[in-house]
Design a protein around this ligand. Structure first.
Ligand SMILES: Cc1cc2nc3c(=O)[nH]c(=O)nc-3n(C[C@H](O)[C@H](O)[C@H](O)COP(=O)(O)O)c2cc1C
Length: 294
């Protein structure tokens, strides 16, 4: 963590110096940030467009030679069949030259716990060595952490920056969360500066949450908050065991440790497992879960 912070500070220093020396000519300069994304049903597209707008970045959608069927089950069936054959979907050639950029934001929906297969295809084709790579994603319940790990393993020479992910059901909370994410990352602020975005608009200090304290067994009230947050979400059948909480920007965020039980008595259902579920309780609003980490 210390090394990462030092690296970020070093990068920030270099970028600030570069930005100052280049300010007069930056409007003619090509953007240093590229946003590349795949999206099937537009959630990730909306997030990608918001990032590109805020960073004044170039943006390109990854498209397939043979797009997936829009029906959910047909997509699952094709993914399964491709996996059995050991193949990945063919993506169309990129127009952007990745080598021209210092920062590459890579966006995707989470499929089967990690980045969707078109991103696996992309990672076979591009060399991200030495680049700052910022993953971003949308998901039903979670998968940012696992996909970041997979990305770092696939491109070991890329400098993978801790990214941002949001539930498909919380897209309305995305613009504010994204703004906080960008503000919290000072190296990214330097990118904002070099890319000619009105930095003053973003100049307020970000909200930096404290670390979660140690967890304690859940009380009846906390169990009720957990149940209210996950109730009705069909992919979870979880019971909270312990919890810790901290102040969030507009309320309280809970980190629950829970046991997720098989949803149905079927042989192919995953076994019971311990998960972390992050729940937000904003003033006068019902509890919602932000993400699940498996
Ligand atoms: C084939 C498929 C598999 C999925 N697998 C997961 C998953 O493992 N975990 C999850 O949280 N969401 C999963 N989802 C939900 C998507 O990640 C979510 O709907 C996302 O916002 C879609 O992004 P898009 O609109 O950019 O395509 C899956 C969706 C599809 C179609």
């Amino acid at each position: 963590m210390k090394t990462l912070k030092l690296m970020m500070l070093a990068v920030l220093a270099v970028m600030v110096v570069t930005s100052c020396s280049q300010k007069s000519q930056k409007s003619e300069k090509a953007s240093k940030v590229l946003v590349l994304y795949y999206s099937q049903t537009s959630n990730t597209k909306v997030l990608a467009q918001e990032i590109a707008k805020r960073l004044n970045a170039d943006i390109e959608e990854i498209t397939l030679e043979e797009p997936y069927d829009t029906a959910f089950q047909a997509t699952i069936d094709r993914c399964k069949a491709d996996r059995e054959k050991g193949i990945l979907p063919e993506i169309k050639p990129l127009k952007a030259n990745v080598a021209d950029y210092e920062w590459i934001f890579i966006g995707y929906p989470i499929w089967f716990g990690t980045y969707a297969p078109p991103i696996a295809s992309l990672l076979e084709k591009v060399d991200l060595s030495g680049k700052w790579v910022v993953p971003f994603c949308t998901f039903g319940s979670g998968g940012l952490e696992s996909s970041m790990k997979d990305l770092a393993e696939k491109q070991p020479n890329a400098k993978v920056f801790p990214g941002y992910g949001v539930r498909a059901a919380r897209m309305d909370a995305m613009p504010k969360e994204l703004e906080q994410f960008l503000k919290r990352n000072s190296a990214l602020m330097a990118v904002l500066d070099t890319t000619n975005v009105a930095v003053n608009e973003q100049a307020d200090s970000p909200f930096v949450p404290a670390d979660f304290p140690e967890q304690h067994p859940v009380s009846a009230d906390e169990a009720a908050i957990f149940d209210a947050a996950v109730n009705g979400y069909p992919m979870l059948n979880a019971k909270a065991k312990s919890v810790a909480s901290r102040t969030a920007l507009d309320g309280i965020e809970y980190e629950f440790t829970a046991m997720d039980m098989p949803r149905e008595k079927k042989p192919d259902m995953p076994p019971a497992s311990e998960i972390k579920v992050y729940v937000l309780v904003e003033k006068d609003k019902a509890p919602v879960f932000i993400r699940v980490v498996r």
